[in-house]
Design a protein around this ligand. Structure first.
Ligand SMILES: C[S@@+](CC[C@H](N)C(=O)[O-])C[C@H]1O[C@@H](n2cnc3c(N)ncnc32)[C@H](O)[C@@H]1O
Length: 197
C-alpha cells in the first residue's frame, strides 16, 4: 500500500540524507515548531521566496494538510518534517544551522498533572539556542499566562537575551488558526522574542 504522505515527498524532509545537513548551512532557514495545519509558515514561505522554511509537526493528519498546501501553492522553499520537535531540535539539527524559530501557541496543558507534557521546556529552549546561528532569534506566543510565566522563567536559565523589537516576519503574517480562536474568545496572546548573543 502506498502511503498518502509519499505523494508529497517533494515537501517532506528526509533528515537521514547528507543533503539535509548541507541544505541548511548555506541558506537563511526559518523553523515553525508545532506548525499545526501550516497556515503561518505557508504564508511566510509565499512572502519570502528567497528564504527556506521548515515546519515541524508531530501529527500525521496535520502534516498531510501542510504538505497539500505547499503542493497547491507550489512553494519550493517550504518543507515539513514529521517528528517530535524536541528530538528534531536537540538531536537532528546541526549546530548553528537555523536563523529564526517560531513557536505559535504550543498546547497549554492547563491541568497540573499534564504540565509535564508541555513542549516548551528548558531542554527545547537550550536545544534551539544551540542550533541558532549567531544573532538568530526565537519568537514564542501563547494564550496561557501560566505557561508564559514558565517559559520566561526557563528563558532566564538560558543564554538568550530579550529582544523588544517587533519581528518583521511575524508582523507580516495574519493570525494562525488557534490565534483566531483565542481572539474570538477574547483571550490575550502573550508573546516574547529572544535573541542568541
Ligand atoms: C495548539 S496547536 C498550534 C498550531 C499552530 N502553531 C497554530 O498556531 O495554529 C499545537 C501544535 O503543536 C503540535 N505539537 C505538540 N507537541 C509536539 C511535539 N512534541 N513536536 C512537534 N509538534 C508538536 C500539535 O500537534 C499541534 O499541531
Amino acid at each position: 500500500m502506498k502511503l498518502k504522505i509519499d505523494k508529497f515527498s517533494k515537501h517532506l524532509i528526509d533528515f537521514t540524507t547528507v543533503d539535509f545537513e548541507k541544505s541548511l548551512l548555506k541558506k537563511n532557514t526559518i523553523l515553525d515548531i508545532g506548525c499545526g495545519e501550516g497556515e503561518f509558515i505557508v504564508k511566510l514561505a509565499s512572502l519570502y521566496p528567497k528564504r527556506q522554511f521548515i515546519g515541524v509537526e508531530i501529527k500525521y493528519g496535520r502534516i498531510i494538510k501542510c504538505l497539500k498546501k505547499a503542493h497547491v501553492c507550489k512553494l519550493d522553499n517550504l518543507k515539513f518534517v514529521l517528528c517530535d520537535a524536541t528530538l528534531f531540535t536537540t538531536k537532528i539539527l546541526h549546530s548553528k544551522s537555523i536563523n529564526k524559530v517560531f513557536i505559535n501557541n504550543p498546547d497549554p496543558w492547563p491541568k497540573e498533572k499534564h504540565q509535564k507534557n508541555r513542549l516548551v521546556d528548558l531542554e527545547l529552549l537550550t536545544g534551539i539556542y544551540e542550533k541558532l546561528k549567531r544573532r538568530g532569534s526565537l519568537v514564542i506566543k501563547t494564550d496561557s499566562s501560566e505557561y508564559f510565566k514558565e517559559i520566561k522563567r526557563n528563558i532566564l536559565k538560558t543564554n538568550f537575551s530579550i529582544d523588544k523589537s517587533q519581528d518583521r516576519l511575524d508582523s507580516s503574517t495574519s493570525l494562525t488558526k488557534f490565534q483566531k480562536l483565542y481572539r474570538e474568545a477574547n483571550k490575550k496572546i502573550y508573546s516574547i522574542k529572544v535573541q542568541k548573543k
